[in-house]
Design a protein around this ligand. Structure first.
Ligand code: ADP
Ligand code: ASP
Ligand code: MG
Length: 435
């Protein structure tokens, strides 16, 4: 079985954890391993960039990260000299980029974590006698102008090299980073290493993509806010996509599509407890119970357009949607009445222009600080009682919008973000109390 394994920040966050990763790679027989930056790195690099954009060099964070990587290299390697030289050079480079900051420095700085982790880890595997090769993923992962990745190029380069390799050769490469259509170093967005692994899985014709993290699979609710959550053993691509899209941080939402279109199973596993079963995501839906899991997505803004012109008219919604399309702003949820339409978005970069373009259609208002809560499961709209099961326990929480009936596997609704934790906890008790 050909496997791509991806390890997140915690999994490679210390020398001790990197040793665990090496063991998992051997046990699983990983062909290509995708690594994130060590935990805290990307947040630290974002902070360095933010201060640099205001003309300051964040010496404290630079020193902190440099020390973290140096300690890791000296702990894990018998001969750390080349790795230490690389760490030193990287942090000199980051300091220089911060001191002469441009938009491009931001991209260059953010890429350094993944580049360092993979370099140190490959040296470690080589010292252990493993035939591991380091692949520089920006040579193969090229993002196009529309944001998609050039799969043909990825397959022709990285894919071809991996396929032509000997059975005992394994590959280590960076998640998250890529080259953009302008030829600059860039990235696939925060949490994007999962997506890198899925694309690489597709390019090499993998049978399975494994996402190794710090928890034993997809839980039925957000463990950061709710106590007593439990892992779900299996779910369909569609169920997982809904949960990932609506806030289950364990999986980047873009991970699903490359795997689903190639029927590549996705397994979510815990590096800190490799024997735990984790979650298997495949074509098979979870029908164990009506409700499978809940996720929540914050920072949602509602754009509401009220217009008498909508009454009995056709083509009105198309014109409204075209405004969002023109500003490259995806829509999450929509509800309509005969004279009004409410649309939710999470990207407000172009909100002012969107409002300006919508104004000719009617009265436009906005409402921010909202959260979409999504309940996923086996929920055919023709079944009676679904709404009351979901909403009865949160009857005191104002629900601003509801999306139901579009699919048989989810029901989503919008609340004020201040009510999120209370809502997740109450739903946990009412929908999953039997576990
Ligand atoms: P990594 O750095 O390995 O990519 P992430 O922090 O991106 O890890 O994702 C793992 C985290 O996702 C967990 O520690 C957990 O707090 C959070 N999480 C949020 N929702 C869920 C969920 N439904 N199931 C499991 N983990 C979740
Ligand atoms: N290191 C990147 C981040 O923290 C990518 C990832 O971990 O997936 O966002
Ligand atoms: Mg992640």
């Amino acid at each position: 079985m050909i496997k791509v394994l991806k390890f997140g920040g915690t999994s490679v966050g210390s020398a001790e954890n990197m040793c665990k990763v090496a063991q998992v790679i051997k046990d699983e027989g990983s062909k290509v391993t995708v690594l994130s930056a060590m935990s805290e790195t990307t947040n630290g690099l974002v902070k360095i960039c933010s201060l640099a954009s205001k003309g300051n060099v964040d010496v404290e964070t630079i020193d902190y990260l440099k020390t973290k990587y140096s300690i890791c290299a000296t702990t894990i390697l018998k001969n750390p000299s080349s790795a230490i030289a690389m760490v030193d050079a990287t942090y000199v480079y980051i300091s220089e980029q911060a001191a002469t900051y441009t938009a491009n420095s931001n991209l260059n700085i953010l890429a350094q974590g993944e580049l360092l982790t993979t370099a140190i880890f490959t040296l470690y595997l080589n010292e252990q006698g493993v035939k591991a090769e380091l692949l520089h993923v920006p040579d193969s992962m090229h993002s196009l102008e529309d944001g998609y990745v050039d799969l043909a190029h990825l397959s022709a380069t990285l894919g071809a090299r991996v396929k032509a390799s000997s059975a005992d050769t394994i590959f280590i490469t960076q998640g998250f980073i890529c080259t953009n259509y302008k030829g600059e170093l860039d990235n696939l967005g925060r949490g994007g290493s999962d997506y890198s692994a899925a694309l690489i899985g597709e390019a090499i014709g993998a049978d399975e993509v494994q996402i190794w993290t710090d928890i034993d699979g997809m839980h039925n609710n957000d463990p950061r806010y709710v106590e007593g959550t439990y892992p779900i053993r299996k779910m369909s691509f569609t169920q997982a996509a809904e949960l990932a899209y609506f806030g289950a941080k364990i999986l980047h939402p873009a991970t699903i599509l490359p795997c689903q279109r190639n029927s590549i199973n996705v397994r979510l596993k815990n590096t800190l407890e490799p024997s735990a079963a984790g979650t298997l995501i495949s074509n098979e839906a979870n029908v164990d119970s009506q409700f499978c899991a809940i996720a929540a997505k914050d920072d949602i803004t509602v754009v509401r357009i009220c217009s008498a012109r909508m009454l009995m008219a056709y083509g009105f919604l198309r014109k409204v949607f075209e405004v969002f399309e023109a500003h490259k702003t995806p829509i999450d949820m929509i509800t309509t009445s005969e004279v009004a339409v409410s649309i939710t978005i999470d990207n407000t970069d172009h909100l002012d222009s969107i409002i300006a373009d919508l104004n000719p259609f009617g009265n436009v208002s906005c409402d921010s600080n909202n959260t979409i809560v999504c309940v996923v499961g086996h929920i055919p709209p023709e079944e009676a009682g679904v709404n009351s099961s979901v909403f009865s326990s949160i009857s005191d929480v104002p629900v601003k919008m509801i999306s139901y009936g579009a699919s048989s596997h989810s029901i989503a609704f919008l609340i004020n973000s201040d009510n999120k934790i209370e809502t997740l906890r109450k739903l946990n008790t009412s929908l999953f109390k039997s576990k």
